[in-house]
Design a protein around this ligand. Structure first.
Ligand code: NAD
Length: 355
């Protein structure tokens, strides 16, 4: 029997959820959608879908198994509580909560009610990220030591509730949640220290730029940067850049939905540098001298075959006990903890140690 979904909040993301489930997901269907703005409900594409302007009316439908929460961030806790109390399992949009305290309340409520909660972190299936993760997991760069994830928007595209603090706006809460989640999931170990620059470049109250340096317990340093106002004469609205550096190779890819990434090695890797001082014309080091021709070998990284539908497929498989749920509460909590530490670091100008 199909798993039946109810969607709360039928704006940008609510509509995407409906489309993914109705058009592309086997074994599931959208039973009802809800939005306080009646005109939004006209966008529904599912034949026979029930439409509500009251959350309580949607939650009263007994056959709904799972509620997808896609309202602005400040309403997530309230909606999770309501859904949990009528026994619905929940997929909540990211960021799950406004802060760690709220998330803990959410988890306590779902545990108390005996329902399952997970969070829509579908960007774990981004192709650029997947290629980097594969290169990292497979040890393609040798001993990795640094990783960069940079996302730049070229036209300052922040809007609606995203520019107000009280609704959970700001770019750390929006994109930061994805970019940090990707790093935390890839490293698979805790962040020890964080240094952050978080700015409101043109917005009155929320951050529209951040740069984070995360030092992980495994010794890796991750740099995560996002700019919404990197103005550039480019037909693309935004671009993304990944770089993974290791002792034997570098892996990298560019573009928002890159079809390929690259892996570059050198034929003259200095593995055992002689202990002597040799002075050249340009000074005591030639580290940045012009390289010889044909010094580098570059090959394409194995392509990523992931799609966002994989998130929902994992969810259904996990419900049926065939797989583990992709996104675990402790990972969600860790990302929120890092965001709080980033704000603290930016305010104080010091790095913050997490324990
Ligand atoms: N996973 C992703 O990639 C991704 C992408 C975009 C947005 N999101 C998340 O999805 C959520 C919604 O973002 P969005 O961009 O769709 O916002 P949106 O403003 O486009 O849609 C939110 C909808 O919620 C409705 N709403 C507000 N209060 C309500 C209430 N009490 N009851 C019912 N409906 C109510 C609004 O009328 C609106 O239609 C946010 O948490 C956001 O962070 C996730």
């Amino acid at each position: 029997m199909n798993v039946k979904f109810g969607i709360i909040g039928f704006g940008f993301m609510g509509r995407i959820h409906e489309e993914m489930i109705t058009l592309y997901l086997d074994g599931a269907e959208v039973t009802a959608v809800c939005d306080i703005l009646p005109k939004r409900l006209n966008d529904a594409i599912t034949p026979g879908v029930q439409k509500f302007t009251s959350v309580d009316d949607l939650l009263a439908i007994e056959e709904i198994d799972v509620v997808l929460i896609a309202v602005p961030n400040h309403l997530h806790l309230e909606m999770v509580r309501k859904a949990a109390r009528v026994g619905k399992d929940i997929i909540c949009e990211k960021p799950a909560a406004m802060n760690v305290t709220e998330f803990d309340e959410m988890m306590a409520e779902t545990v108390r009610c005996g329902v399952h909660l997970t969070v829509h972190q579908q960007r774990r299936f981004d192709k650029g990220f997947q290629m980097m993760k594969q290169a990292y997991d497979d040890g393609l760069v040798g001993r990795p030591y640094t990783i960069q994830s940079k996302l730049a928007g070229y036209n300052g595209n922040m809007h609606d509730w995203h520019v107000y603090k009280k609704y959970g706006g700001g770019m750390l809460m929006d994109w930061g949640v994805h970019l940090i989640d990707q790093m935390v999931w890839m490293m698979g170990c805790p962040v020890k220290t964080i240094f952050a620059d978080v700015r409101s470049v043109v917005n009155a109250e929320v951050d529209d730029y951040f740069k984070l340096l995360l030092r992980f317990e495994n010794g890796m340093t991750a740099e995560v940067e996002l700019g919404t106002y990197f103005l550039k004469d480019d037909p693309q609205w935004y671009t993304q850049h990944w770089f993974l550096g290791g002792s034997k190779a570098s892996a990298y890819c560019d573009g928002f939905t890159p079809e390929y990434g690259k892996l570059t090695t050198t034929r003259r890797l200095l593995t055992d540098v002689a202990d002597k001082c040799d002075t050249s014309k340009t000074g005591p080091t030639r580290s940045f001298g012009t390289p010889d021709n044909d010094l580098f070998d570059t090959q394409l990284l194995p392509p990523a075959t992931t799609e966002y539908i994989d998130y929902y497929q994992n969810y259904l498989a996990a419900r049926a006990g065939r797989e583990e749920y992709l996104v675990r509460p402790e990972e969600v909590r860790e990302v929120l903890r890092i965001i709080e530490a980033a704000h603290l670091s930016a305010q104080t100008g010091h790095s913050v140690t997490l324990n």
